[in-house]
Design a binder for this molecule. Structure first.
Ligand code: PMP
Length: 386
């Protein structure tokens, strides 16, 4: 057991205590089998059952249509953006017999890394928009009218974007690609997955590392349009001079083997299922979104009350509901704030090492109560120091 933590870490992040209590029991003795969920074979009835149940819970929670398939892969978010390029290109080659071009929206640190990986793998990706070129700091996302979109997108193998940039604290509030029908959209939703309802039918591929809203690290969730599993064979890709996907990350192979082509971390997947069931029991994603809006609105409005001390680098219209970033004006005050936070048992508030400042992550499991405690500190600190 534990005292309810007030933990705002960006990932790995907080999970509901009740979920962890159940997981703890299941780690020792799963379903009265006499052994734990981490000890059973991924090919046993119970192991396959965990994969099946987790897929079913996700399909229920997100109302995933029959056009799409769910699968799991080890390797985190980085494996997601590394494996997308070869897989989606192979799907494009199957249809068009040429490589095509991957297009990237760069709206923060993670989409930049994803773009660089596509370059490193030799796929000649193109940038549709890079928001850092606009404000010098990834604190904005320009409207689509200002993006550098080619008139003819028929060669696009996919358009890639990151729905919530964890480091920079920017988030797309609406789906930005309504105007480009026919192009496959690939989205990194690692840090806002299951924080709100999503219309899966609009996407070619969604992926998310589990360790923010959905579980512990060690597994990532993928939702793919089934047509993108029809991919060109390795020989054709090689003839075109294209990198072939390593077998462990080859989506058609993984799907054909029900996510168990190799040993899947069964216990880690089980934790995801417990989180999903908990979300379903609490009223689903619309209810969760409402709560997330209430928490983030409260935190932003509290910070906005004291503009002389708290600086928010992100433009209001694209402020993330998951990762709230701010800096504190005045020498030594950020360290002082962190110290006082720790004294009040408010943890995990230090900003990402690349940008500094503060970051409060308000993932699903962070309660309104914790958010209110943080707001009390923010008020108190401002009154003392402004
Ligand atoms: N994408 C996003 C949006 C992330 O926040 C992160 C990790 N913080 C990653 C990708 C990389 O995830 P991992 O460390 O699991 O590879």
């Amino acid at each position: 057991d534990r005292e309810e933590p007030n933990y705002f870490g960006a990932g790995p992040a907080l999970l509901p205590t009740s979920v962890l209590q159940q997981a703890g029991k299941d780690l020792i003795n799963y379903n009265n089998l006499g052994i734990g969920a981490g000890e059973i074979s991924h090919r046993s009835k119970a192991g396959v059952g965990i994969i099946e149940q987790t897929k079913a819970s996700l399909k229920e929670l997100l109302s995933i249509p029959d056009t799409h398939e769910v699968f799991f892969l080890q390797g985190g978010g980085t494996t997601g953006f590394s494996s997308i390029v070869t897989n989606l290109t192979a799907a494009h080659v199957k249809k068009h017999h040429k490589a095509g071009t991957p297009y990237y929206v760069i709206d923060g640190t993670w989409s930049k890394k994803s773009f660089e990986e596509a370059e490193r793998l030799g796929f000649n990706p193109k940038v549709i928009v890079n928001s850092k070129e606009i404000d010098g700091k990834f604190g904005t996302i320009p409207p689509t009218e200002k993006w550098n979109i080619p008139k003819d997108l028929s060669d696009a193998s996919f358009i890639y974007y990151c729905d919530n940039e964890t480091v920079n604290g920017v988030e797309f509030r609406t789906f930005p690609f309504e105007k480009f029908p026919g192009v496959e959209i690939a989205a990194d939703m690692s840090s806002n997955f299951l924080s709100k309802p999503v219309d899966v039918s609009k996407y070619g591929l969604i992926f998310a590392g589990a360790q923010k809203n959905v579980g512990v690290s060690g597994i990532s969730i993928y939702i793919i349009k089934k047509s993108l599993l029809d991919q060109a064979p390795a020989e054709e890709l090689r003839k075109l001079g294209l990198q072939v996907t390593p077998i462990a990350f080859d989506y058609p192979t993984v799907v054909k083997n029900n996510s168990a082509y190799n040993t899947i971390p069964t216990f880690t997947v089980h934790i995801v299922n417990l989180v999903l069931k908990d979300l379903i029991a609490k009223g689903g994603l619309a209810a969760q979104e409402k709560e997330n809006i209430a928490k983030s609105d409260l935190l932003y409005s509290t910070l906005d009350k004291y503009p002389s001390i708290y600086k928010l680098p992100v433009e209001k219209s694209v402020r993330s509901r998951m990762n709230i970033v701010f800096t504190i004006e005045g020498s030594g005050l950020e360290d002082q704030f962190l110290k006082e936070a720790e004294q009040s048992k408010l943890e995990g508030l230090k900003g990402h090492r690349s940008v500094g400042g503060m970051r409060a992550s308000l993932y699903n499991a962070v309660t309104l109560k914790s958010t209110k405690l943080l707001c009390e500190l923010i008020e108190r600190f401002a009154k003392e120091h402004q």
